[in-house]
Design a protein around this ligand. Structure first.
Ligand code: ZN
Length: 343
């Protein structure tokens, strides 16, 4: 069976993207004991989402419970919720994280499955999967990053790296923020270039050597022309909205330089898979400088009027603190949403 198309994103108030998560509730009527499950596909602001926010969403999830008991007609509410399962899948397919709360036993547990996609049709599950997942009673950012090979939110990883550098600038700073995204930090462009040449990591070296990596300075990453946004300077999640003012000042004083090395291949793969599962066709062409998606067309013949430059998608990833796959997925879903008149 073909992979079903799943929207991870939807347009929130003011055009801000929201990302979907799933909540399952196991409720027992407090009068007759009749058990029913309730499922919600809710969404929450994407750019500010973190592990802490996900925890809060899980802890408040039982408040969503509400229906009339199928058996006795009594109104069932939050107090009847016995178990909660919240599921979140990274939009770049890095994996799925589930939070399980047992309100009777007062336990909270996580399970993390790598390189799994969110399946909105999966049956509700109330227990961590000890065979297929990494299971935790408590979960911090470091453990999450170890499992998924990426932090929850790339923006905070950028900030940590830049602040670490300013505290101890000796030798510069370098980090693999996610698959297909590396950051090199120094005091100016030339020394950053030099540091990149000295990086001793096979994956980085191979990607750089094959010509797959675009180099984008963080402070100059605004995508000038983005097919989905007439005013990219006002895009949700823009650099000015998440970079601390101290870091912004350091860039302005020219004592700080940060280059993103970001994979074209990761963005192209995700764009292609997203458009294809949405049953859209497109033309892909490559020039020496860039790769373009054009003639993006629905099965009924509606055509997206603009071409998408992969370079602009990569700049969006850097500017708004995303992985290349997340920026590609978001951009492709915006196009699908516009074509299907859902956005
Ligand atoms: Zn009842």
């Amino acid at each position: 069976m073909a992979e079903p198309f799943v929207f991870h994103f939807q347009r929130g108030p003011g055009g801000e993207p929201e990302v979907m998560y799933m909540v399952d509730l196991d409720c027992a009527c407090q009068v007759c004991g009749h058990v029913q499950y309730q499922r919600f596909y809710h969404s929450t602001p994407f750019h500010t989402l973190s592990l802490d926010v996900l925890d809060e969403l899980a802890e408040r999830a039982h408040l969503k419970a509400g229906y009339d008991c199928e058996n006795c007609g009594t109104e069932v509410g939050p107090d009847a919720a016995r178990r909660v399962a919240l599921t979140y899948g990274f939009a770049d397919d890095a994996g799925v994280i589930r939070v399980f709360i047992d309100r009777l036993e007062e336990t909270l547990r996580y399970d993390l499955q790598v390189r799994r996609r969110l399946d909105p049709q999966a049956m509700p599950v109330w227990q961590p999967d000890h065979e297929k997942a990494a299971v935790y009673d408590e979960l911090d950012e470091d453990e999450l990053e170890e499992v998924f090979g990426r932090p929850f939110n790339i923006k905070w990883a950028w900030i940590d790296l830049l602040e670490d550098y300013l505290e101890d600038p000796d030798g510069g700073a370098y980090s693999r923020l996610s698959p297909g995204l590396w950051a090199v930090v120094e005091h100016d462009e030339e020394s950053a270039d030099q540091l990149a040449e000295e990086v001793d990591e096979d994956e980085f070296y191979d990607a750089l050597d094959s010509g797959d990596l675009a180099v984008i300075p963080l402070h100059d990453s605004l995508p000038v022309a983005l097919a989905t946004h007439d005013h990219p300077e006002r895009i949700s999640g823009r650099l000015e909205s998440w970079l601390t003012s101290a870091l912004a000042r350091s860039f302005k004083k020219e004592v700080l330089w940060a280059d993103a090395y970001i994979s074209r291949k990761k963005a192209i793969e995700t764009m292609e898979r997203t458009l294809t599962t949405a049953r859209l066709t497109y033309t892909l062409h490559e020039t020496e400088a860039d790769v373009f998606f054009s003639e993006i067309t629905t099965p009924t013949g509606a055509v997206y009027g603009r071409g998408v430059a992969v370079s602009a998608v990569l700049r969006r990833a850097v500017h708004t603190g995303l992985t290349p796959g997340e920026a590609a997925r978001l951009t492709a879903e915006e196009i699908v949403g516009i074509l299907l008149q859902l956005w």
